[in-house]
Design a protein around this ligand. Sequence first.
Ligand code: SF4
Length: 359
Amino acid sequence: MTPDGLFEHTPETLAALLRERGQPPFRAKQILEWVYQKGAETYDGMSNLPQTLRQALAETLPVYRSAVSARQASSDGTVKLLLTWDDGATSECVMIPDGDRRTACISTQVGCPVKCVFCASGIGGLQRQLTRGQIVEQAMRVRAVCEPDARLSNVVFMGLGEPLANYEATVAAVRAINAAWGMEIGARKITISTVGVPKGIRRLAEEQLQITLAISLHAPNDELRRRIIPWAEAIGIDELVDAANVYFRSTGREVTLEYILLGGVNDQAEHAKELAVVARRMRSNVNLIRYNPVEGLPYQRPAAEDAERFQAILRREGVNTHMRRSRGLDIDAACGQLRRREASSGTVMLTARSEAGGS
Ligand code: SF4
């Protein structure tokens, strides 16, 4: 695997690297401007850099390290990319358009250790961590598929993996995505979604970042939660509530509770009432998502009326709640589906259907 890539660097580390090669430190600023502001994908067109330096950097510090090995576009404008890294590992990232907003959904690990029972990615388990540069690179790849007149506005760490189980790389990537020298996405437009690692949440609270924290709760009590998220066996909801309250006190940012509605499993009236009690114990809002069925898994998407009834109970109980629209239903939209299908077919999928879908 290539040892280094441009997205692994901050202005300081890049300047230090260039200094070792006898280059003035201002070259770091020039290179980062080309890549982050002007969208250069290689060193070829960096006209204010000496030709010999461009060539040397192309050989030792590639800008992009991934190949886009599949692309699917949905009729609703959602675009999903499968990136293949130089060690053969793959990552999924998605561009989700919504009005003026363009959101990148990116991954923090290859595979996922959490193994939520309803999720395609859980099946294969964790393969390896992604580096900070590989996390940033996904956001840049997604930025590049936004329409020419649209700007990437939001980044959510909701793809494959548990961000807080890859803490340093995740936070470093957040900083690059947020930085004036980097992607310049406002901290409030960045969301880290975690299954809930209380220690990680407390640590994140001290980072002085104004990012949104989303906790994937998916169940209103420990017993059901442990069945749905086996990895969370040792993490009680009480502990999560405490950590979420620390996060709010330190950042002033309300916490989002993600709740995926699985038909007949966690979508009953009693679950809504129990969930309301949990939600009211912290400054939070609840994001409801109707499950996208995954081939080979026994879970069902609840009927729209059942989901609405669930939401109405939460509202009656004084909980601020939204129903997230499912996007990209005509492509392999839920996390892990494209990767899984690729792995089982062993082919690169760029089908007429997926291409036509985006037009
Ligand atoms: S839903 Fe998210 S946390 Fe759960 S297994 Fe899938 S990728 Fe991992």
